[in-house]
Design a protein around this ligand. Structure first.
Ligand SMILES: *Cc1c(COP(=O)(O)O)cnc(C)c1O
Length: 390
């Protein structure tokens, strides 16, 4: 074998370009809010996961600054060695309080949380059932665990039940994985039915509340609260990086589960503790989530307003079913999706085209924020109306 062993990279990139699947970054300047400076132009921001508008809130900024001044920039070690601070514990207790669980543990990101937790819970003798539209971190976590993996059709409880009856008994432990709000679609998992099946077939259930935390439920505790399923045994995962405006991930559950994870989750044990700035910002955000429910009310009013406007003015666009602040317009292919995103950008609207392989069908994905004004939502509808006429 001779020749350059890296030339395949170039060929692979060419293939990605040809399919219009190529991606690149766009530079945001300044703080990110309902509007944002995108490559020098002020645009209305429908691309952010910052549902409550907290990522640029002065209280989070001040909390982060104060923590950096008190503790410095880096955590200097893993939690079990030299990186643990009272601040981390305060954050974990605040998460457990919001979630009404016995305990919680924070990781350096939501992605690392899923990799570590799935790995800690199942192995070669075990079986994983995973919704086909689950987030990449759940899918890669499943692969990494070495367990057998079966996908079930999106939100299809009957399919899951059939597969459970066929193969559950051939394995030791069984773990069901699901997003609670599906990140690229905006619909919700059938949580009560999943809990029932988990109970019936003796399976653990891991629910990823990344897009639900701070957003769904009376107090912002997520889908579990939304469906009235608190107090049921399950493993809740989430992120500090979306509605909480910071960076990091968490698990909330029983004290025994959390204690076990501190001893067995490799992506918690062998990585540096969350930075003081991120930890303090997330803690400040949780306080706001509990004390300012009006932000959530405002968010859902904005979602309702956009849905009503779409129904009234954009009936020829296909809106995917959604019960969250994520609203997706389906398009027939990646090229069309890119065209619409470009058109929106030229009209001062920032909303990304989401394409394969992230999703099976191309779409424009809108994320609503509590801080969008009605006028900003109208501008989105006006810009979309022009594309849907063509
Ligand atoms: C964003 C997201 C993650 C990853 O969280 P990060 O904190 O950004 O790493 C995990 N799961 C789901 C469903 C997500 O949407």
């Amino acid at each position: 074998m001779s020749g350059n062993p890296y030339t395949w990279l170039e060929h692979s990139l060419e293939t990605i370009h040809r399919a219009d699947w190529y991606r690149s970054v766009q530079t945001i300047q300044g703080r990110s809010g309902a509007t944002v400076l995108l490559e020098g132009r002020l645009v209305i921001n429908f691309a952010s996961n910052d549902y409550l508008g907290l990522a640029s809130d002065d209280r989070l900024v001040m909390a982060a600054v104060a923590a950096v001044q008190e503790f410095g920039t880096g955590s200097t070690g893993s939690r079990l060695l030299s990186g643990h601070r009272q601040l981390h514990r305060d954050l974990e207790e605040a998460i457990a309080f919001l979630k009404q669980t016995e305990d919680a543990i924070v990781f350096s990101s939501g992605y690392l949380t899923n990799l570590g937790v799935i790995n800690a819970l199942v192995g070669k003798r075990d079986l994983i059932f995973s919704d086909q539209y689950n987030h990449s971190s759940l899918k890669n976590g499943a692969t990494l665990s070495g367990a057998a993996i079966r996908e079930y059709r999106h939100c299809d409880v009957e399919d899951l039940k059939t597969q459970l009856s066929q193969s559950r008994q051939n394995y030791r432990r069984c773990l069901i994985l699901s997003d609670s709000v599906f990140s690229m679609d905006g619909d919700l998992c059938p949580l009560p039915a999943l809990l029932e099946l988990a109970d019936r077939f003796g399976c653990m259930l891991l629910l990823d509340e990344a897009h639900a935390t701070g957003v769904l439920g009376e107090t912002g505790a997520g889908c579990v609260e939304h469906f009235g399923c608190r107090g049921k045994q399950l493993i809740q995962i989430g992120t500090l990086s979306k509605a909480l405006g910071s960076l990091g991930g968490y698990v909330a559950g029983s004290a025994i589960l959390i204690d076990y994870l501190r001893n067995r989750a490799p992506s918690w044990i062998y990585t540096t503790a969350l930075s003081p700035a991120d930890t303090a910002a997330a803690l400040a955000a949780l306080k706001i989530v509990l004390e300012e429910p009006t932000r959530r009310v405002q968010l859902w009013q904005n979602v309702a307003y956009l849905k009503q406007q779409v129904q009234q003015h954009l009936s020829n666009l296909k809106l995917l079913p959604s019960e969250s602040p994520i609203l997706c317009f389906q398009l027939s292919n990646a090229t069309d999706a890119l065209k619409v995103a470009e058109h929106l950008k030229s009209h001062g609207i920032f909303a990304p085209a989401i394409r394969p392989p992230t999703v099976p069908t191309s779409r424009i994905r809108i994320s609503m924020m509590a801080t969008h004004t009605l006028r900003q939502i109208q501008k989105l509808v006006e810009a979309l109306a022009v594309t849907s006429d063509q």
